[in-house]
Design a protein around this ligand. Structure first.
Ligand SMILES: NC(=O)c1ccc[n+]([C@@H]2O[C@H](COP(=O)([O-])OP(=O)(O)OC[C@H]3O[C@@H](n4cnc5c(N)ncnc54)[C@H](O)[C@@H]3O)[C@@H](O)[C@H]2O)c1
Length: 354
């Protein structure tokens, strides 16, 4: 079997999961981890038994043992390591969103094109099994021509504050609703979004000094005239039982309807002693929707779920060359453009043509 060397840039919550999955992959013979924070890099390095630990992302990316790179830095810090890896000719999986501005996405795509590089974006909802099954139905055209749909996602403010503290521009629209814009565009891959109208309401995030809306609703018109209703609120009460995303996705077609109820209300636990939140340190709830952790869950010493599927599929693809469903840079750019237009429309009250 082909053996590969992997670098993980950013040793935080998601970088840790990428590194854990890489360490378990049978084809990975070298694993390096980096972080600007030496303590974090060292903690992850000893947790996964890394072959190299560094605070110098560029040096790790350039290391001769490294064949491919995960970029798991915060949203505002994706561009530099992605470009460094592409310039070194190494395949990259970067976390979503690809960048925080269309200009930065275009800088990345220019290098990608010039180097004929290989860049995929971590839209891990694609790898949640309910959505893989949904995509399969769409490939078989079981709904016929689609005329509308809905995708909305809720989460507690505990997680929203954790994200906004990392990057105040990573609003629920740009950082979370982005997954559902990506999903819908993937399901409807012969269509493209052409117009956006959105409205938002301010409240607890504004009171805490952030620009994000508490609730955003948007309607996106697709190139065939289909209308998709998107919605996000990450302002639910601090101890609301979701441990990540509670969502619902619906598609309405001429020949069929598909409804994915992914709120997780059906897997409930209550504990007087509390259930720790996987993403928010020092936060616990008494009641939880099991299965609502966005990335997935640890069980019996292994990590399971969307991010595990996504990471394994990407590593498998590097080794076998088999195609995999990870979002391309162009797809991620369209998704970024759409979510930025939602914010602009909510801010200005205007319809935005894409
Ligand atoms: N797919 C998913 O399920 C999922 C879930 C949550 C977050 N994410 C994405 O993952 C990314 C990281 O999120 P997180 O929750 O792991 O954040 P985090 O804050 O836990 O970790 C980020 C780490 O990157 C380090 N860092 C910052 N700048 C750096 C730089 N220039 N070079 C090297 N390291 C740097 C930080 O010190 C930190 O340790 C974000 O883009 C986020 O949108 C994906």
């Amino acid at each position: 079997m082909k053996q590969i060397g992997i670098a993980v840039i950013g040793s935080g919550r998601i970088g840790t999961l990428r590194a854990e999955m890489a360490r378990r992959h049978p084809a990975v013979r070298f694993l390096g981890v980096a972080d600007i924070d030496l303590d974090r890099a060292q903690a992850l390095g000893s947790r996964v038994g890394a072959d190299l630990v560094s605070t110098d992302a560029d040096a790790l990316i350039a290391h001769p043992e490294v064949d491919a790179v995960f970029v798991s830095t915060p949203e505002f810090a994706h561009v530099a390591p992605v470009i460094a890896a592409l310039e070194a000719g190494k395949p990259v999986l970067v976390e979503k969103p690809i960048a925080m501005s269309v200009e930065d996405a275009d800088r990345i795509i220019a290098v990608l094109t010039e180097r004929s590089g290989d860049l995929r974006v971590g839209y891990s909802r694609r790898f949640k099994e309910c959505f893989l099954r949904s995509k399969e139905q769409m490939l078989h055209r079981r709904l016929g021509e689609v005329s509308g749909g809905l995708a909305r996602v809720y989460n507690s403010r505990a997680q929203a504050f954790s994200i906004l503290k990392r990057d105040p521009h990573a609003t629920p629209v740009v950082d979370v609703l982005t997954y559902y814009v990506d999903l819908m565009n993937w399901f409807l891959d012969d269509l493209r979004p052409v117009e956006v109208i959105a409205r938002g309401a301010k409240g607890i995030f504004r009171d805490a000094g952030f620009g994000a809306d508490d609730v955003t609703w948007a309607i996106v018109t697709m190139s065939n005239g289909a209308v998709i209703n998107y919605g996000v609120s990450y302002a639910l009460p601090m101890r609301y039982p979701t441990l990540g995303q509670s969502d619902r996705v619906e598609l309405l077609g001429r020949d069929g309807t598909m409804i994915v109820d992914d709120d997780h209300l059906d897997h409930l636990i209550y504990s007087d002693t509390g259930i720790p939140h996987a993403y928010v340190p020092d936060h616990s709830v008494n009641m939880a929707f099991l299965g609502s952790n966005t990335a997935g869950d640890w069980a019996l010493g292994e990590f399971w779920g969307p991010l595990a599927n996504e990471t394994r599929a990407w590593l498998d693809r590097l080794v076998t060359g088999r195609p995999a469903a990870h979002a391309t840079a162009q797809e991620a750019r369209i998704t970024l453009l759409t979510t930025l237009a939602m914010e602009q429309s909510a801010r200005t009250g205007q319809n935005i043509a894409l």
